[in-house]
Design a protein around this ligand. Structure first.
Ligand code: ZN
Ligand code: ZN
Length: 193
């Protein structure tokens, strides 16, 4: 059995194992851990909504699903919190377990490993949705999350948000040779002649 959290496991026992049989499932999956990438993800405890249609086919069960979730993160330029609505359609075939026992075709080892990884298997009546849901969400996320395409980010000197700063905002440029001295307190005696 896979080690996915239980919430991702769909029990399909109500679906007759006859090719052509169909059943609809509406799932609200509360995330036991975040789903996404480092910069942006669906946080822990949020709901991933899955509208799934399961169809019995000869080799297994065909899953067609729409996935809805809200990912949260921060703008990579100005660090403001942002959220992204995810809406993604997936289709995956889960093979019945017998398929794993069929004699394996002779193939180079590497190629065979790849095939095994790609194939989703039923675990008895259980369909583990974690992998496809994670993949769908990760693919729907922006690589470079922004609050808006026009976001101007932060002033490199003071970290202020350009959007909040006056148009003429600027910093005095101190010559690097004198920058080290600006913090020094000179003894008063030096000013007396
Ligand atoms: Zn921004
Ligand atoms: Zn500044």
């Amino acid at each position: 059995m896979s080690r996915s959290p239980e919430v991702y496991k769909l029990n399909t026992h109500e679906l007759a194992r006859r090719a052509g049989e169909m059943k609809i499932y509406e799932l609200d999956i509360q995330t036991p851990e975040k789903v996404g990438v480092e910069l942006i993800s669906v946080p822990v405890g949020e709901i991933i909504e899955v509208d799934a249609r399961l169809e019995s086919v000869t080799e297994g069960i065909l899953l067609t699903a729409e996935i809805f979730a809200v990912a949260k993160g921060e703008c990579t330029r100005c660090l403001d919190p942002i959220s992204v609505d995810i809406e993604r359609k997936i289709q995956e075939l889960y093979y019945y377990a017998q398929k794993a026992e069929r004699p394996k075709k002779k193939k180079p080892v590497e190629e065979d490993d790849l095939d095994v990884e790609d194939e989703l298997m039923m675990e008895g009546d259980i369909m583990d949705l974690e992998g496809p849901i994670r993949d769908a969400i990760v693919l729907a996320l922006p690589i470079n999350p922004l609050c808006s395409d026009q976001c101007q980010g932060l002033c490199q000197q003071c970290g202020g948000k350009w959007a909040d700063l006056p148009v003429d905002h600027a910093h005095e440029v101190i010559d690097a040779r004198w920058a080290g001295l600006s913090g020094l307190e000179l003894p008063e005696a030096d000013f007396k002649n």
